[in-house]
Design a protein around this ligand. Structure first.
Ligand SMILES: *[C@@H]1O[C@H](CO)[C@@H](O)[C@H](O)[C@H]1NC(C)=O
Ligand SMILES: *[C@@H]1O[C@H](CO)[C@@H](O)[C@H](O)[C@H]1NC(C)=O
Ligand SMILES: *[C@@H]1O[C@H](CO)[C@@H](O)[C@H](O)[C@H]1NC(C)=O
Length: 484
């Protein structure tokens, strides 16, 4: 009797801590990839599984004599911002390169998600010396609440060129194409070679004509995807990916010569569409040592410092944590940060294990298992192990965001409501208290505030909007935890 009572006390205690809640990582993985189908622009294939979406933006580029049909809508709007789109593709490709073995039947869907992006990046870089950095007038788009299928806002393309350069967007495209070329090497050598060849050309353009797209097309990319951290990091990041894909010594020399240009003080705990420094250090550390002429410094020292800037027990931690344990940094769409930083920690744990190393943060010793445990805690929080017991992935778990800031999801589908809904015609749906009629399954939103509170409000885009770059690193994390 007393034993049973003790056991039930234990069970209750464990439940209250929320730590025993085990998640269906496989289900979350499937959904995290499905999300990309909801963001597709262009002519949808017969294999489209998210069927409430239909063809859209079929004339992108045509007024200017170019074919810019396809690619991804960035977030809850219908603009195609190439800079964050390319970063999302780089991260999907890295997810597959590291964790593709754990994806099972979702591997093919991941490849499709990558190729939907790379096919577009090939179009955006088809004219030598020109890179299309954006399609869609962001002011026209943001002023309307319209389905992509109804769009009648200006689909203006914005390009960078030799005279008006944009090294960050161009180099990120080169990184995405180089990483993806490695993914496709095993599946289609012709396509892989096409991607790699283009990656080299676009990198050359980015490097030779240096400048920030802030100064070339700033009024349209800012304040949405203004380049704050400069373009030096993207140039080195692209060179590392090209080094991995080609093994050409030129790229390694380039990395060593240019790594010094990066600001060493500000970006250790930063990794996302704008800031690649921590990603560079982890990516280089992950390369096998036999891959001459690889040398580990300064990359592993910097990667160690990155770890110490993230782990909550470290004295040099430079990120914040909510009471429920979620990593928080200033700025919108916060869940991109726990996702991307956890991805790096997980990848770095593999480098540490291979090299039989630990990370020393002053008197705190972080073993590889601690990095993995940390990454898992962030993933679990996102999936529902948090004070609200709420999943931040649409369609995963019992309780998840229902009023996400997403035009297509919040309006009735074209098959339910065939009549055109114009720019202001969507307003009643935007202001409605009803849940969105279409599930953007797998979308992970910006997430809760620093007090673990989430209001589930369409108006509050900082917290309720999904983006392509929140999901991309999660795809890799979920694949790993599905099998470990
Ligand atoms: C491989 O890629 C090439 C170039 O994109 C394409 O034409 C071909 O259809 C692809 N082959 C397969 C089997 O998918
Ligand atoms: C881009 O513009 C923003 C905002 O004006 C500025 O803070 C940033 O330093 C600029 N970046 C570059 C690389 O010039
Ligand atoms: C979350 O779940 C735990 C354990 O079941 C419960 O004790 C707690 O009250 C729940 N919190 C909310 C906000 O529902």
């Amino acid at each position: 009797m007393s034993l049973i009572r003790k056991l039930s006390v234990l069970v209750v205690a464990a439940m209250a801590m929320g730590s025993v809640a085990s998640h269906d990582y496989g289900d979350a993985l499937t959904k995290s990839i499905l999300f990309y189908e909801g963001q597709r622009s262009g002519k949808l294939p017969s294999t489209q599984r998210m069927t409430w979406r239909e063809d859209s933006a079929l004339r992108d580029g045509s007024d200017f004599g170019v074919d810019l049909v396809g690619g991804y809508y960035d977030a809850g709007d219908n603009v195609k911002f190439t800079f964050p789109m390319a970063f999302s593709i780089t991260m999907l490709a890295w997810s597959v390169l590291e964790f593709g073995n754990s994806m099972g039947s979702d591997l093919q869907h991941s490849l499709d998600a990558i190729q939907w992006g790379t096919d577009y990046l090939l179009k955006a870089t088809d004219v030598p010396g020109v890179v299309f950095a954006q399609v869609g007038d962001p002011y026209g788009d943001h002023n309307c609440w319209e389905r992509p299928e109804d769009m009648d806002t200006p689909r203006t393309p914005y390009a960078v060129s030799k005279e008006h350069p944009g090294s960050e967007v161009s180099a990120e495209i080169a990184a995405a194409l180089a990483a993806s070329s490695m993914v496709f090497r095993h599946f289609n050598q012709t396509y892989s070679a096409l991607l790699l060849n283009r990656a080299r050309m676009v990198f050359e353009f980015a490097d030779e004509y240096r400048g920030s797209y802030n100064d070339s097309i700033g009024p349209w990319v800012c304040p949405f995807y203004c380049d704050f951290s400069g373009y030096q990091d993207e140039l080195v990041w692209a060179a590392v990916w090209l080094m991995r894909a080609t093994r050409a010594p030129f790229y390694w020399s380039y990395v060593l010569a240019n790594i010094q240009n990066l600001d060493k003080t500000s970006s250790f705990a930063e990794f996302g569409w704008d800031a690649k420094h921590a990603g560079i250090n982890v990516l280089v550390s992950r390369l096998v040592k036999s891959q001459a002429p690889y040398s580990p410094e300064p990359f592993t020292t910097n990667a160690d410092r990155f770890v110490c800037s993230v782990l909550p027990e470290s004295q040099t931690v430079s990120v914040s944590y909510s009471p429920g344990g979620l990593l928080i940094k200033p700025g919108g769409s916060n869940l991109q940060r726990p996702a991307a930083l956890s991805f790096l920690l997980l990848v770095y744990s593999r480098a540490l294990r291979r090299d039989n190393r630990v990370v020393r943060c002053d008197n705190v010793v972080a073993k590889p298992s601690r990095l993995i445990q940390f990454a898992r805690s962030q993933v679990d929080y996102i999936l529902g192990s948090n004070p609200l017991n709420m999943s931040y992935m649409v369609g995963y778990g019992n309780k998840f965001p229902e009023k996400i800031h997403h035009r297509g999801s919040s309006l009735p589908s074209v098959s339910q409501h065939p009549q055109h809904i114009d720019c202001n015609g969507g307003d009643p749906y935007f202001w409605s208290d009803n849940p969105n009629p279409n599930f953007l399954t797998g979308a992970v939103v910006g997430g809760p505030d620093i007090q673990d509170y989430y209001s589930d409000s369409r108006v509050n885009f900082v917290h309720s909007e999904p983006t392509t770059y929140i999901n991309a690193p999660l795809v890799g994390l979920l694949a790993y935890f599905k099998t470990h």
